[in-house]
Ligand binder design. Structure first.
Ligand code: SF4
Length: 259
């Protein structure tokens, strides 16, 4: 049943958006590895702006392995988490040079041996740069897999295996891209566009339940000026009557006070 659902979702998204390419610019698998490390908690647009200069200056693993941490941190500063990202990029580059003779390992197991490289990064590199099956699970893929009903898990590794179990390996990378583009354009977190959604007939949360509630739920309820004024006025009244009572008590108790 999930096999049929996955195929319908894949076919529909492919017909809507067309074939998608990797969103991160790169010339080599190694450069995609670096770009993917930089993309954590950062937009692809920002990463692409940074890597254009970065890869001119340090084009390969040998160059990154020999660069200074300070210089690299300055170069990637705008991507955020620059210290951890620079540390991972240099450590992974050194491992590639020292353990893999300067060549990026071409398997999931090999990639996972590199510092700072998890399954998501490894799947991006496998699927988009090495021509191997790879299904990266990012925040959009995770949300959509749950909403549509392709997985009931919240754990990226489990979602990956749930979807990979019901889809052909040659579609994994493309399916991940399609879910990402749909998540960005039609079904962003907290404001899914259910009424216009192309997956409305397939998604178990189409216009109801979680999706509807998420759409209606504001992030934080802003206080209106009127509500604040009411609150201040009531607080002022309370404070005034407390002061009056205190003064009255003081007047009663103070020796020699005028009545
Ligand atoms: S129907 Fe709504 S919840 Fe489902 S994928 Fe479309 S926008 Fe998202």
């Amino acid at each position: 049943m999930k096999t049929a659902l996955a195929k319908q979702v894949y076919d529909k998204l492919l017909s809507v958006y067309g074939p998608q390419k990797c969103f991160l610019e790169h010339m080599t698998p190694f450069q995609l590895l670096v770009a993917t490390i930089l993309s954590a908690q950062c937009t692809d647009k920002r990463v692409n702006m940074v890597t254009r200069d970065l890869f001119r200056r340090w084009p390969d693993a040998a160059a990154f392995a020999g660069c200074s941490q300070d210089e690299l941190e300055r170069a990637i500063f705008t991507c955020g988490f620059y210290h951890a990202k620079a540390t991972h990029i240099i450590a992974a580059s050194k491992a590639i040079v020292e353990q893999f003779h300067g060549e990026l390992p071409g398997t999931m197991e090999g990639l996972l041996r590199l510092p700072g490289v998890g399954r998501k990064t490894a799947n991006v590199v496998l699927g988009d740069a090495l021509g191997q099956p790879g299904f990266p699970v990012d925040t959009h893929v995770r949300r959509l897999a749950q909403l549509i009903g392709l997985s009931d898990s919240d754990v990226p590794d489990v979602i990956e295996s749930d979807i990979c179990a019901v889809t052909p390996p040659e579609t994994w990378a493309q399916f991940s891209h399609l879910l990402i583009v749909h998540g960005r354009t039609r079904c962003p977190a907290n404001r899914p566009g259910c009424p216009d959604c192309e997956l409305a007939g397939l998604c178990r949360h189409a216009g109801s339940g979680k999706a509807k509630a998420a759409k209606a739920k504001p992030k934080a309820r802003p206080k209106t000026a009127k509500a604040s004024a009411r609150k201040n006025s009531s607080a002022a009244k309370k404070s005034k009557s407390a002061t009056t009572a205190k003064t009255a008590r003081g007047k009663r108790l103070r020796p020699g006070a005028a009545s």
